[in-house]
Design a protein around this ligand. Sequence first.
Ligand code: SDX
Length: 427
Amino acid sequence: MTEFATLTYNGKSYQLPVLTGTEGEKAIDISTLKTRSGLITMDNGLSSTGVCQSAITFMDGEKGILRYRGIPVEQLAEYSSFKETAYLLINGRLPSRKELTRFSVLLNDLSLVHEDLREFYRGFPRHSHPMGILSSMVNALRSFYPELETTDEGINLTMARLLSKIRTLAAMSYKISRGHRVVYPRPDLTYCANFLNMMFDSPVRPYQIDDELVSALRVFWILHADHEQNCSTTAVRVVGSGRVNLYAAISAGIAALWGPLHGGANQAVIEMLEKIVKDGGNIQKVIDRAKDRKDPFRLFGFGHRVYKTYDPRGKIIKKMADRLLEKQRVPDPLLDIAKELEIAARKDDYFIEHHLYPNVDFYSGLVLRAIGIPTNMFTVMFAIGRLPGWIAQWKESIDDPGWKITRPRQVYTGPTCRDYIPIDQRT
Ligand code: SDX
């Protein structure tokens, strides 16, 4: 039975249907409000606005719950592969053994990139940020693989092609930025091991696959694979709503992820921790700056629009950072500083009152450092992990029979009507 909310304005009442989600979330459907009342709503940052109904990921920000297609992310991190989790997110269920094998063979067959694409990298200045390169290169893929996405086969091929090639594109940007020879993907390596081999193998020092590091990368990418309607996923949906090709929509998602308030936070956390160490380890100074309204500085890796408790991904990554650095017996001053910073912040009334806890980015950079990933590639690692989620969300939007181009409204606050003034009459 449909529930309704009543909006009363200017002596008139409007009955608005209330939607109920699988987990009991409620939403007032205001899609007819403008035509019926002339009114629109306003919601800076869309923190109280749902933009779609989705069956992909469920988050409970109060309880710190995260599930992909109903499966808790903790179980996927424990038992699944990144490839299998990508299949789950995109197809809505876990694959049979035969389906997973077929998916693996397809990703392997699609892992090379057109040789002419290598010329594109030579056009970027050596110091170019890898996120800018990745966003450009993903967009450029459309010129080389113009499969029409009007058929299921074309769409499935394009999704698999992106999932496979994003690793190769990312590793190529690293190798070429260092003037090293590009390493090709290998058919005998898993998705994660292949990426590490393409990044670090060299003719003079063959890369030794370390199962612990491969597993750490597997967990890292599973934990980053989707997160409902975050900034970059919303960018993918909005750009995709104009019925542009998948490569362009994903390129927009990569660009949105780059910012230090979003995926760029993992790089910003490490740079923040390094600065604390350089400045003599004054934790309180950083805490005080983060609390100072007049100071735009934010404590990177802390806070979240949805989680008002510990980010469930952050808990797993923190344990992984401990384990990896313990195994490597390399004391990392940044891990000690990060732990001190977490303790100090979580005891501080400001952080308690604002429900600010470590998010996925607070410890993730320490795991990536332990794996050997350079700091300027941390957000690229986030993008590779998030790709299955972006693809799943894009697919869900194009499969939605009610799919419409996204075109929000505004409240105009500029000058009222006035005439043009010829230049010789202007003061
Ligand atoms: C990701 O959305 C997702 O799901 C994102 C993500 C994903 O998987 O896709 O989880 C990945 O982006 C994680 C977040 C990474 N970003 C950071 O770590 C950057 C630091 N965090 C903040 O900038 C902030 O917490 C955000 C951007 C994450 C969330 O910001 P909101 O929800 O817009 O909250 P806000 O900026 O309005 O802050 C509310 C209050 C403010 O104080 P008041 O003015 O109300 O008194 O909390 C304060 C803020 O000043 N605050 C912080 C803070 N985060 C919020 N104060 C100091 N340090 C912080 N980190």
